[in-house]
Design a protein around this ligand. Structure first.
Ligand SMILES: Cc1cc2nc3c(=O)[nH]c(=O)nc-3n(C[C@H](O)[C@H](O)[C@H](O)COP(=O)(O)O)c2cc1C
Length: 338
């Protein structure tokens, strides 16, 4: 029996959660992570290789992925439900998608839900009443406090270093985690910039109960990202990403002609309609699934610069866990003694 309360809460061996990533975190990756002792997560558009704007089709695709993951592991797994913006009709950002997907999740007996990109009060009660453990993603300590008040079981605190869509608050992991740890009593999961045992150890030292790893898992065999994307992550170095402000959210993307052009359009005063038109014709589907890493959007965290090899998901977990003792030893050696 571990003393780690995140492991106890969700029934996993290691406090490592594979973060959901739009289009590329399907049943194969989720099952591989869960089988290796972490928590695998099915993300939006999991397993899909075509775009649909049909709500029912989106939900049925999710149902197939849930059934697939259940066939591949008997361990706990999670499903991400991006809550979405109320009243938005035209894209996966709309609430009508999450309503249908949450219903399918409940019908299929999903054990753990990770809600994100929206307020926690929308689905927490419904999920919890059905016995689902709810983790909610936040970007500030205040949001963590509110999520705790609403009744979520744990908060994922996403720092600015991380890939994908974030709040525009720019709180980095280094400050977000201790502030959130001071603010709430429920378990905290650190996200953003964690790709090796040193990062994991640092997150635990800052007060996190576990880690949430996205970018490192892009460069795994089981990830559904196009090979161009995996190679781009492996080749990335130093300042390889940039934050792209999209009104209410900011997306951290791999730097590319796409991000250059988008930021130039913003700088030169393009209208909202022009910017929207540009984004919707240079999509994540193009980047992540079709492999157009120049002109499609490729969300990616700063930690890509630390990823050197495409490996199995189990190896990522093994390295994070097996290298913890030596990372701790090195840390001890650096702590000044009297
Ligand atoms: C390619 C990509 C797609 C993402 N898509 C989602 C998503 O659909 N839902 C979500 O809640 N977060 C999404 N994120 C954010 C991750 O869940 C997670 O917070 C982030 O990857 C953690 O930081 P790291 O990339 O430094 O590990 C995405 C991140 C990436 C890199």
């Amino acid at each position: 029996m571990t003393t780690n309360r995140l492991c106890n809460l969700i029934g996993i061996k290691y406090p490592i959660i594979q973060a959901p990533m739009n289009w590329i975190t399907g049943a194969d990756l989720a099952a591989a992570v869960s089988n290796a002792g972490g928590l695998g997560t099915i993300g939006p558009n999991a397993g899909a290789d075509t775009v649909t704007t049909d709500v029912d089709e989106t939900a049925e695709r999710l149902r197939r992925q849930i059934r697939k993951v259940k066939g591949l592991t008997d361990k706990p797994f999670a499903v991400n439900f991006p809550i979405g913006i109320e009243g938005v009709e035209q894209s996966e950002g709309g609430r009508k998608f999450s309503e249908k997907c949450v219903r399918v999740g409940l019908e299929e007996g999903v054990p753990i839900a990770i809600t994100s990109v929206g307020p926690p009060q929308v689905y927490t009660r419904l999920l919890k009443d059905a016995g689902v453990t709810v983790l909610h993603a936040v970007s500030t300590a205040n949001q963590a406090r509110k999520a705790e008040e609403i009744g979520v079981d744990a908060v994922v605190c996403e720092g600015y270093e991380g890939g994908g869509h974030k709040a525009t608050t720019e709180m980095a992991t280094m400050t977000l985690i201790p502030l959130a740890a001071n603010a709430v009593r429920i378990p905290i999961i650190a996200a953003g910039g964690i790709a090796d045992a040193r990062g994991m150890l640092a997150a635990l030292a800052l007060g996190a109960d576990g880690v949430y790893v996205g970018t490192r898992f892009i460069a795994t065999h089981e990830c559904d990202a196009h090979p161009n994307v995996k190679n781009a992550v492996v080749q990335a170095s130093d300042v390889c990403t940039i934050s792209v402000d999209k009104w209410m959210v900011a997306g951290r993307d791999l730097k590319s002609p796409f991000t250059d052009k988008y930021l130039e359009l913003k700088k030169t005063g393009a209208s909202m309609a022009e910017l929207w038109d540009f984004i919707s014709t240079h999509t994540m589907y193009m980047g992540l699934v079709q492999g157009d890493t120049d002109w499609g959007e490729v969300p990616c965290g700063q930690s890509a610069a630390m990823v050197g090899q495409i490996v199995s998901a189990a190896r990522v977990i093994e390295e994070l866990i097996n290298e913890l003792p030596s990372a701790l030893e090195q840390l001890r050696n650096r702590i000044p003694a009297d």
